[in-house]
Ligand binder design. Structure first.
Ligand code: FES
Length: 98
């Protein structure tokens, strides 16, 4: 007899990204939510099969209520979160990061 391990169903959370609501499994990152929505968020240090190293900050997004821009590749989506991927804060940040 072969054992079949089923993944535990995860709760879904609703996140608003650029005015559009997207529903993702609990524990998904903002990057995964953006990609599910078809939003191309740039990455540099992120690889799907590795733990995020979270150092390049190329993937930053603006989360309503957050003082700083947050890395989409490691920040978990939370229910009710409002995300802006097109912040006017980016050009200055990206110009100073390099
Ligand atoms: S891709 Fe490098 S911090 Fe997100």
């Amino acid at each position: 007899m072969t054992a079949v391990f089923l993944e535990t169903p995860r709760r879904l959370v609703d996140v608003t990204i650029d005015g559009q609501t997207v529903r993702v499994p609990e524990g998904a990152t903002l990057l995964q939510a953006c990609r599910q929505q078809g939003i191309d968020t740039p990455t540099l240090c992120y690889l799907e099969n590795l733990t995020p190293v979270n150092v390049c900050r190329v993937c930053v997004v603006e989360v309503e209520g957050s003082r700083t821009l947050v890395p989409a590749c490691s920040r978990k989506a939370e229910s009710g979160m409002t995300v802006n991927t097109d912040s006017e804060r980016w050009p200055r940040l990206r110009c100073t990061a390099g």
